[in-house]
Design a protein around this ligand. Structure first.
Ligand SMILES: [Zn+2]
Length: 208
């Protein structure tokens, strides 16, 4: 396998990309001037080197300086003008990004890190459930938790697992926290990542 084959193989593992698209990507790069590849390689390295996982919401974000600031919450978690009474739970960073870019939500986030397949017996290994419960315990002003997961079978299954754990936890701790789920506007089988601004706004305002 030469380097071009290897590049095609790497692209074919990207989400939503098949072997034919992977080949087109590889040849696109090959046909661009050398400077394009060099800049791309440099950018890939930079993105990786400057990536930090937020200790609060767990999303990956870019360090603004050149030094890695470990254990420092991301700008959203640190922003005092955000609504610290509301926490939104999403499966992945890409879902977070779609919601944040819609501008329809001003609260805090927590990224679960994935979803739990229906027959899976060990949800703790798939999602950051324990970390979520710990984080919620530390948020003393919290009034509402919004579950924003895909309306696919795995997404709904995950939402049920998280909801049950949250209800148990808030009851035990004697806390009054509303737990809501994104509502109408997100049709069955919808993937949050691809939802447009209007859909997210509708789903948020009709949460139940
Ligand atoms: Zn954060």
């Amino acid at each position: 396998m030469d380097s071009l084959d290897r590049l095609e193989e790497i692209f074919s593992h990207f989400p939503g990309i098949g072997p034919r698209q992977a080949r087109r990507f590889a040849h696109y790069i090959l046909n661009k001037p050398a400077s394009f590849s060099h800049q791309l390689a440099e950018l890939l390295k930079k993105v990786r080197d400057l990536a930090i996982e937020c200790p609060n919401c767990n999303r990956m974000y870019m360090d603004s300086g050149e030094k890695k600031a470990k254990d420092i919450p991301c700008p959203i978690c640190q922003n005092p003008s955000r609504d610290h009474q509301t926490l939104m739970i999403t499966a992945r960073d890409s879902d977070f990004e779609t919601i944040e870019k819609s501008g329809a939500y001003r609260g805090l986030y927590f990224i679960l890190g994935g979803t739990v397949p229906i027959l899976d017996k060990e949800p703790e290994k798939r999602i950051r459930l324990r970390k979520l419960l710990e984080y919620i315990s530390s948020l003393s002003d919290l009034k509402e938790i919004i579950l924003s997961l895909n309306t696919t079978p795995d997404g709904e299954h995950t939402a049920n697992i998280v909801k049950n754990s949250l209800e148990k936890m808030t009851t035990t701790a004697g806390r009054m926290i509303t737990i809501s789920v994104l509502g109408r506007g997100l049709s069955t089988g919808a993937e949050l990542e691809y939802a447009d601004k209007e859909t997210i706004r509708n789903a948020l305002s009709s949460r139940q």
